[in-house]
Design a protein around this ligand. Structure first.
Ligand code: MG
Length: 383
């Protein structure tokens, strides 16, 4: 039975992971969050990890008091995250923190040869080469938690020769604004963007799903994880989110992985692979399913997707710039400081402003990320 260090335990994926862990009777070695101390306390009392990390130092002080009666160590900051990612007891590190902050602990966990259940797509988007190279060096397994990549992982499993793969086909729900025009999107509110038709997720990824940046990031994530060139990855809008992605082989056979849209299914598979355990997610009733439809994505209306596909084709730092700029711009949108369409404007501005360069080392990736955030700040001032 696995012992899991769960980075980002209070977010949407983190909470669903704890559901799976409880249902499957696995143990938890560490939980981490930014500063949701009340929930961290509750989780610590239920799962009894050895280490609890609040990234925010003030929140860590609060936890010391809250958990004084438990035999638990409290830590904070990046050091705390790295400690959680590398602890002896853990065989699996589930990284569900949101954004670039997940990169260092993921690299540390890879260094410690842990199995990585990866739910932090930003890590692979920014530093895909670095992460995959490190994993090859240490032999650490990376099992994707993202539903599309888990689907691809499952459809690729039986295939020994990657040369037999013709295309990866990523499915996209299309988000809450599918079929809308740019004019209609000019005045959408934050609350509208946060209403996803099929999946229940956090604010950052739900916004990314509305702009389709999420699919762009997933395209880059698929390139890195499966070492596929961009011309061998296709995106199809599939509104029902029943097929989670497909692999087309050289003989034109297409394998699809299907299921109800419930993140607990890919989470569970990442934790139990290569076995399958119990049914935590619900059953797919094909007779009650809506008809399955497939359509082209609209890259003109959803410019974020076009920007991501463009960055994906370029070597070096553009993907890290894209990601950093997007994180900063989505932050501004969620604070009601910019409009929905301005997210793409600011990402495009950052991609123009930040000089191209390599992204082979952690320092280069972090520098590209910082420059992108700076460019968004500057671009915001000019709006
Ligand atoms: Mg996904």
């Amino acid at each position: 039975m696995s012992t899991i260090s769960l980075l980002g335990s209070t977010g949407s994926i983190g909470r669903q992971s704890l559901d799976v862990i409880a249902a499957c009777g696995m143990s938890v070695s560490a939980i981490t969050a930014n500063k949701s101390t009340a929930l961290l306390e509750e989780q610590a009392r239920q799962f009894r990890p050895k280490l609890v990390v609040a990234y925010d130092p003030e929140a860590a002080k609060d936890l010391q008091v809250r958990l004084a009666d438990l035999p638990v160590r409290i830590a904070s900051g990046m050091e705390g995250l790295v400690e959680a990612a590398t602890m002896e007891e853990a065989d699996t590190v589930l990284t569900s923190v949101v954004g670039m902050i997940g990169l260092k602990p993921t690299l540390a966990a890879i260094g410690a040869k842990k199995r990585i259940a990866l739910a932090n797509k930003e890590t692979l988007v920014c530093a895909g080469e670095l992460v995959m190279r490190s994993a090859e060096e240490t032999g650490a397994e990376i099992i994707p938690v993202d539903s599309e990549h888990s689907a691809l992982f499952q459809c690729l499993e039986c295939n020994r020769d990657r040369g037999e793969v013709k295309r990866l086909i990523l499915t996209a729900s299309g988000g809450p604004f599918f079929g809308k025009t740019r004019e209609q999107l000019a005045h959408v509110a934050r609350a509208d963007a946060l209403k996803h038709p099929n999946w229940s997720m956090g604010a950052k990824i739900t916004t990314d799903s509305a702009t389709l940046m999420n699919k762009g990031l997933e395209f880059i994530e698929a390139m890195r994880l499966y070492r596929m060139p961009p011309e061998k990855i296709a995106i199809t809008v599939h509104r029902q989110s029943i097929i989670h992605s497909m692999v087309e082989y050289c003989d034109n056979a297409v394998l699809a992985q299907m299921g109800v849209p419930d993140m607990r299914l890919p989470i569970e598979y990442a934790l139990t692979y290569p076995r399958r355990a119990k049914a935590v997610a619900g059953e797919l009733d094909l007779l009650r399913c809506p008809p399955l439809t497939f359509e082209e994505p609209d890259c003109d209306t959803f410019r974020c997707l076009a920007l991501a596909l463009e960055a994906a084709k370029q070597p070096g730092n553009p993907c890290a710039v894209l990601n950093g700029a997007n994180e900063a711009a989505v932050g501004l949108f969620l604070e009601d400081k910019i409009s929905f369409l301005q997210i793409a404007d600011l990402v495009a501005y950052a991609l123009e402003q930040v000089p191209k360069g390599p992204a082979d080392t952690l320092e280069q990736v972090l520098a590209a990320d910082a420059a992108a955030r700076e460019a968004v700040k500057e671009g915001f001032g000019r709006l």
